[in-house]
Design a protein around this ligand. Sequence first.
Ligand SMILES: *[C@@H]1O[C@H](CO)[C@@H](O)[C@H](O)[C@H]1NC(C)=O
Ligand SMILES: *[C@@H]1O[C@H](CO)[C@@H](O)[C@H](O)[C@H]1NC(C)=O
Ligand SMILES: *[C@@H]1O[C@H](CO)[C@@H](O)[C@H](O)[C@H]1NC(C)=O
Ligand SMILES: *[C@@H]1O[C@H](CO)[C@@H](O)[C@H](O)[C@H]1NC(C)=O
Ligand SMILES: *[C@@H]1O[C@H](CO)[C@@H](O)[C@H](O)[C@H]1NC(C)=O
Ligand SMILES: *[C@@H]1O[C@H](CO)[C@@H](O)[C@H](O)[C@H]1NC(C)=O
Ligand SMILES: *[C@@H]1O[C@H](CO)[C@@H](O)[C@H](O)[C@H]1NC(C)=O
Ligand SMILES: *[C@@H]1O[C@H](CO)[C@@H](O)[C@H](O)[C@H]1NC(C)=O
Ligand SMILES: *[C@@H]1O[C@H](CO)[C@@H](O)[C@H](O)[C@H]1NC(C)=O
Ligand SMILES: *[C@@H]1O[C@H](CO)[C@@H](O)[C@H](O)[C@H]1NC(C)=O
Ligand SMILES: *[C@@H]1O[C@H](CO)[C@@H](O)[C@H](O)[C@H]1NC(C)=O
Ligand SMILES: *[C@@H]1O[C@H](CO)[C@@H](O)[C@H](O)[C@H]1NC(C)=O
Length: 812
Amino acid sequence: MASVLSVVLSALLVARPGAASDGNAFGWVQSVNTTTLGQYGDSPAVYPSPNISSTGAWEAALEKASAFLAQLTLEEKASMVSGEPGPCVGNIYPIERLGFSGLCLQDGPLAIRVADYASVFEAGVTIASTWDRTMMYERTLAMGAEFKAKGAHIALAPVCGPLGRSAYAGRNWEGFSPDPYLTGVGMEESIAGFQDAGVQATAKHFIGNEQEVMRNPVFLDNGTVTDIQFDSISSNIDDRTMHEIYLWPFANAVHANVAAVMCSYQRINGSYACQNSKAQNGLLKGELGFQGYIMSDWGATHAGVPAIEAGLDMDMPGGLGLYGMVRNGNAFFGGNITTAVNNGTLDEARLDDMILRIMAPYYHLGQDQDFPSVDPSSAQLNTFSPVSTWLQDWNLTGESSRDVRGDHRDLIREHAAAATVLLKNENSTLPLKSPKVIAVFGNDASTDTQGFLNQNDFEYGTLSAGGGSGTGQLTYLITPLEAIQARAAEDNALVQYWLNNTLIANSEMPDLWIPNTPDVCLVFLKTWAEEAADRSSLHVDWNGDDVVASVAKYCANTVVVTHSSGINVLPWADHPNVTAILAAHYPGEQTGNALVDVLYGAVNPSGHLPYTVALNASDYNAPPTTDIQTSGKEDWQSWFDEKLEIDYRHFDANDMAVRYEFGFGLSYTTFDMADMRVEMITVLDQANVPARPERLPVQPGGNPAVWAVLCNVTAGVRNTGDVAGAAVAQLYLGFPESAPPGTPPRQLRGFDKVLLEPGETGTASFSLMRRDLSYWDVVSQEWVIPTGEFTVNVGFSSRDIVLVGNITVIEG
Ligand SMILES: *[C@@H]1O[C@H](CO)[C@@H](O)[C@H](O)[C@H]1NC(C)=O
Ligand SMILES: *[C@@H]1O[C@H](CO)[C@@H](O)[C@H](O)[C@H]1NC(C)=O
Ligand SMILES: *[C@@H]1O[C@H](CO)[C@@H](O)[C@H](O)[C@H]1NC(C)=O
Ligand SMILES: *[C@@H]1O[C@H](CO)[C@@H](O)[C@H](O)[C@H]1NC(C)=O
Ligand SMILES: *[C@@H]1O[C@H](CO)[C@@H](O)[C@H](O)[C@H]1NC(C)=O
Ligand SMILES: *[C@@H]1O[C@H](CO)[C@@H](O)[C@H](O)[C@H]1NC(C)=O
Ligand SMILES: *[C@@H]1O[C@H](CO)[C@@H](O)[C@H](O)[C@H]1NC(C)=O
Ligand SMILES: *[C@@H]1O[C@H](CO)[C@@H](O)[C@H](O)[C@H]1NC(C)=O
Ligand SMILES: *[C@@H]1O[C@H](CO)[C@@H](O)[C@H](O)[C@H]1NC(C)=O
Ligand SMILES: *[C@@H]1O[C@H](CO)[C@@H](O)[C@H](O)[C@H]1NC(C)=O
Ligand SMILES: *[C@@H]1O[C@H](CO)[C@@H](O)[C@H](O)[C@H]1NC(C)=O
Ligand SMILES: *[C@@H]1O[C@H](CO)[C@@H](O)[C@H](O)[C@H]1NC(C)=O
């Protein structure tokens, strides 16, 4: 048995050439430091896979799941954990004999993707920019209702991996923020929304999925022999970084009783994520007490029994031959599970546990009661496994092409407006004051000329979502230009527009003006990002920087709007004629209306950056590994040597100036915290509050003692301006010097959005949990509160700190 269990591939530590010296991410070769080499890069074996226990939130459901399990034959058990072609992106076949109508799994994080008459919501990075817990919840509550009405039991969302280690990663926009605390809140709220709507949420991608380049192995396939030429990239992450950065939001997800976790494509410390026993059995099911099931990313399974022993509970999508990775049909699960149990290789108890984990959330969410059938139109739209590939009939008796959108368009508009980040607003150029002549520029302003069923990197058309499995199929799109024209008509204004970036960038504006000098020039820029590719630049696409230069040369009131996946460098930000900048990210189907609400002041912007905008692209660290110069099978390695220092932690630790710091965002009003009180427990005596948490039985989320609130902090916030607006008060903790080396200077540990009328004073509240005040101690494998003085920094961004207090921890 031992040989069956030894699935952990140890990383082959091959010396690689040094880094290119220009610091430019693309073509960058990650160098290997021979001193640190071997300090990590191996994944320890953690077996056996923990069973589901009754200590979770699903006791009653677990009883129903056990009763269901007791009726299954071995073949049915194998079927329950093996994806097959069917109407949805992922399918577990029905068992009619037991009245089980199967499981339908659908993408994705901003919409039910394979569907007609469904809404396209804003992307994860966009909703994160609201810093509004209620909106994070409302969004997936509404989205979840659409999944359910379309017959999808499981939403393949939300995303906290990638977290955003690298500014270039192609999928950062699907998730929330490179800050684990903000992302953790996004995960909890999003999961609560989905599951309150009766749909299972899936926290993905577990874990270390921080780049797209080489996320999958490369196969040598000459038609007769299929072999791996290169294993996928290996994310080599030390234990402290894993806990304090990448695992942190997954802990929130488990704490929120997420039904499923999707393991990722790449390797972790040399071992494929979906067969990494340390990650799955150790961290997720063991330490965090995860009670649901682990499903593979599509084609991320690279073994049968070894993956199962390492904690994988469901293989997706099964034998579809996806991406050339799964060969010979149901290669790993399916029939091989039956064989493996019969020949004694796989303990049937492990298979039983997989099914209990899959069925407990199903019963907990009442999915056995009156769950809508899969919309037949989704089956038709599913090019992934067309009807001709199905192995079994599916009950597609319900109404076809159900319109599940309800009134969600209003919510999407409200959220997208609240998410718009105002980065610059010289002399209060915004909100617009009934301009009479408006000039609109840029290929991002108007309608998509090449269709928008699945967005793509088309030259002409505004970006409302990114690409890949995380996109959505628009049923309509309110473009910025269309919304501006409608609003401008109320003022009888002239609207002129130029959409050809090449033309604008190469023209002298006076040649274009017809006939009046504009009161305002609105420039629309975009940045595309998609699954399976990392970005090659942090600049906006399509010559956008030149478009701004060309317009601002002649237009003294140039307002720039970006529709982007996330981080852009904005080299023109200080141009005196660029009077305002709005970062709107990917706002979903109501993009134009939401923007006009902000431009004209119907909505006071309150979005804040969920990442840092640096002065130069080369200021960012942790670029993706895009090239190796060697041919060893395991040579694609990504060493997370920056450890805790990603995004603002990096800029703060190295005292670097930035363009717009993490947490930054302007408003049409002003706020103050002056003369306000900070109330907190200022002394934590370890005699009463021990440095190490009491070892309580593990609950979903881990040791519940780690989640206990130890300190409440409040701060008064006052609206000192003329219009109502929402302030985002943020709390950053500085750890005492006794914390281990490498602890970032300041870390977000609380935020509160407060809506205030002019002159009104409100209270921002923050609750600090034990985890917030602790570092991960790699020796004792616990969260530990260091002794000494914590600095409590409260303000309006990571570098706009208004109040400073402290918490002193006395040795007990
Ligand atoms: C290699 O790592 C060690 C230990 O972290 C460090 O002191 C040294 O400066 C590094 N060497 C290079 C070339 O980066
Ligand atoms: C990765 O390697 C580090 C250093 O050996 C180790 O502490 C950590 O637990 C490993 N993580 C995984 C998931 O293998
Ligand atoms: C899981 O439960 C089965 C009995 O159903 C038991 O045989 C097995 O040892 C348990 N595994 C673990 C890891 O506790
Ligand atoms: C495929 O590769 C195998 C092993 O290298 C070799 O024996 C076989 O001749 C190759 N087939 C073709 C068609 O090149
Ligand atoms: C079992 O696995 C083998 C090797 O991975 C594969 O060739 C075969 O098709 C699988 N059998 C079934 C029934 O899925
Ligand atoms: C048992 O079945 C599994 C799955 O088909 C296979 O991989 C394994 O080699 C078999 N073991 C024995 C001892 O027959
Ligand atoms: C098929 O779905 C319809 C509508 O949800 C339901 O009424 C019917 O019972 C289902 N039939 C089977 C065989 O599952
Ligand atoms: C903003 O106002 C100041 C003071 O009135 C003036 O000096 C400056 O030129 C104005 N800037 C712009 C961009 O209009
Ligand atoms: C955009 O403008 C350039 C430069 O004038 C021109 O070559 C190109 O054909 C134009 N594209 C379209 C689609 O009109
Ligand atoms: C700003 O715009 C005005 C035209 O209104 C122009 O004269 C001036 O040169 C522009 N400034 C810059 C720095 O381009
Ligand atoms: C913190 O505030 C919450 C909610 O108001 C309260 O239930 C809790 O007792 C407070 N905890 C401490 C340690 O003051
Ligand atoms: C910590 O807070 C206490 C109480 O407010 C204050 O007296 C003390 O000066 C603070 N210490 C520092 C270093 O700011």
